[in-house]
Design a binder for this molecule. Structure first.
Ligand code: SF4
Length: 246
């Protein structure tokens, strides 16, 4: 819907709060290590806030005073959540918001790495997440993004990062040791997805893949299969509530 039909992505509160948290942490981690304190983060957040308030996406959310305060509080929870995961003063930062472009297995790839850290003389790819940390079952799949960043960093610098991690702010880190096998596997998966996208574009057939996330999809009203899926799940939930089954 977003990339093929070019339909606008409706602004989301969580995405905007996440962008605000990312921006504050980016500016914080650009400071000298001794300045990376909660107090400095508060000063940065106050300085960035007028920009968020003026953002058309923020205005489209139509918050009243209490809603705006709640949004600000949620975003601050994410920012402050960094200290639950690491001591920012102890991090050796090589770059923030690092733009990477590469050809990965024949696929044109571009990404922005939130942070490229150094552990001794080795590189670590770090990405912040302000959403809910995945359960054990879904953890590995979420790491594909940072493994692809690691592959792109290696291509650009000649150095293979030793570790790639997601910092779920205020919750926990989810990371993986970067190996040649992991990189080959994730690049192979990317090439497979790229081939499937190209086939879909050539044939103009885009098979909907319904599932539990349809309930959160901003395009569900335009998608008959997704609408059916949501109704089916809702009916199942209601039946379970009524009869006490699954
Ligand atoms: S409603 Fe579900 S199947 Fe339809 S576009 Fe959204 S996620 Fe895909």
């Amino acid at each position: 819907m977003r990339y093929v039909e070019r339909l606008p992505d409706p602004p989301g509160e969580a995405a905007l709060a996440g962008s605000f948290a990312h921006r504050v942490l980016e500016l914080l981690m650009q400071r000298d290590s001794h300045e990376r304190t909660v107090e400095v983060a508060k000063v940065i957040a106050r300085g960035e806030w007028p920009g968020i308030e003026a953002d058309p996406d923020f205005q489209a959310l139509g918050f009243d005073e209490a809603g705006g305060k709640h949004f600000r509080w949620k975003a601050w929870q994410a920012i402050e959540g960094l200290w639950a995961l690491e001591d920012p003063k102890a991090v050796e930062v090589r770059a923030t918001e690092h733009d990477v472009e590469a050809d990965l297995g024949g696929v044109p790839f571009r990404g922005i790495v939130d942070r490229l850290d150094e552990e001794g003389d080795r590189l670590v790819v770090t990405d912040y997440k302000s959403g809910k940390a995945p359960s054990a079952r879904f953890r590995r799949g979420r790491l594909d993004q940072v493994l692809l960043y690691a592959a792109a960093v290696e291509q650009a610098t000649g150095e293979m990062p030793v570790h790639a991690r997601l910092l779920y702010l205020g919750q926990r880190p989810v990371g993986i040791q970067v190996t040649r096998e992991e990189i080959d596997s994730v690049v192979g998966k990317l090439a497979g997805t790229w081939a499937a996208i190209n086939t879909a574009c050539d044939t103009d057939e885009f098979e909907p893949r319904t599932g539990p996330l349809c309930g959160w999809c901003p395009y569900v009203d335009r998608c008959p299969e997704g609408t059916k899926e949501v109704a089916k799940r809702q009916a199942k939930k209601e039946a379970a509530a009524m009869y006490g089954g699954d």
